[in-house]
Design a protein around this ligand. Structure first.
Ligand code: MN
Ligand code: MN
Length: 317
């Protein structure tokens, strides 16, 4: 069961109201790397987890993320207090109110649609979605994703810290940012507490393909490093000679039942194209300036685009 404690995890001291900053901070309230996404990610993973240690950790961190949601949401609400009162009580002239709501960011939506309350959107007003949670129910897979999610959250907090000079907000954001660093460490430890955590899952990789690096982007800028060359790698630079890599003919085939083959043959015959014809189409009938060449047009000997360009050049001389 959940209980609610009326004290925040970290004290929120906002120096002055600022609806534009509030709209930017929504990125960590209802955005892809925000606190609701983090809480839902670990909460749903924790419910399904069977390992007692990981289950405990996931539910601890999920609940802390909800506490962070409360902190960031409270900062947004404080920043919007001026806007909330003004729009509800019409305490300014229409022109002043209009100006106060349209200073930038997404602040007008927060005032007009949400009345100054923290909205479950990102900083552009895009609604939160469960699609931000990419759990797959495999611990080594999900822990790696959690590590990446914590590092993204850390970076977004860092950017938000860099756009405010309010010391109280900087202070609280610094706390939230640092907790994501600590969570990343817990997930790293949990990942490496599983023996043989790479590759993820149960099936091993196929040995003969596991060490290959395929140099598919070739030309100036080709580089080598430990990630694609050296003792761990069998490098393929000559793509023509080695593809398809399985030694087969590289064609896609399927064994069809007789009735499937008959139906597909019918379809092929019905939609066969005629490479000999040159039909007139609606494009020809409606062609005006800029239409390019059209069917049966007298091309004046301009057999290709180079000839046409030469003709155009000659005409201007
Ligand atoms: Mn958090
Ligand atoms: Mn976190």
């Amino acid at each position: 069961m959940f209980m609610h404690n009326k004290r925040l995890q970290y004290t929120v001291r906002v120096g002055e109201t600022n609806p534009v900053l509030a709209s930017l901070l929504l990125e960590q309230f209802g955005g892809p790397d925000g606190e609701l996404a983090a809480a839902m990610r670990y909460f749903t993973q924790g419910l399904a987890e069977d390992d007692p240690g990981r289950k405990d950790m996931l539910l601890d961190i999920a609940t802390e993320e909800l506490s962070h949601l409360e902190v960031i949401g409270s900062i947004v609400a404080m920043l919007n207090k001026g806007c909330k009162g003004a729009i509800s009580e019409a305490s300014m002239t229409e022109a002043e109110l209009y100006l106060s709501l349209t200073k930038g960011g997404n602040s007008h939506t927060q005032g007009i649609l949400f009345g100054g309350g923290p909205a479950l959107t990102n900083s552009s007003g895009v609604p939160w979605t469960a699609a931000y949670v990419d759990s797959r129910g495999d611990p080594t897979c999900d822990l790696r994703s959690n590590i990446a999610a914590e590092s993204r959250a850390k970076i977004i907090y860092e950017r938000l810290i860099n756009i405010t000079d309010d010391p109280g907000i900087k202070d609280a954001l610094g706390f939230l940012m640092t907790r994501e660093v600590a969570h990343q460490k817990s997930f790293e430890k949990a990942l490496y507490s599983i023996q043989d955590n790479f590759p993820p899952g149960k099936l091993p990789g196929i040995e003969k393909f596991a060490n290959i690096y395929v140099n598919t982007s070739q030309g100036p800028g080709d580089g080598k490093g430990s990630w694609n060359a050296g003792p761990q790698w069998d490098r393929i630079d000559d793509l023509e000679q080695t593809m398809p890599i399985d030694g087969g003919d590289g064609q896609a085939t399927v064994v069809l039942a007789d009735d499937e083959k008959g139906t597909l043959d019918q379809l092929l015959v019905r939609t066969l194209s005629d490479p000999e014809g040159d039909p007139e189409t609606g494009v020809d009938l409606g062609a005006g300036a800029g239409a390019g060449r059209i069917t049966d047009e007298d091309l004046g000997g301009a057999a290709d685009i180079n000839d046409a360009a030469d003709q155009a050049k000659a005409a201007t001389e």
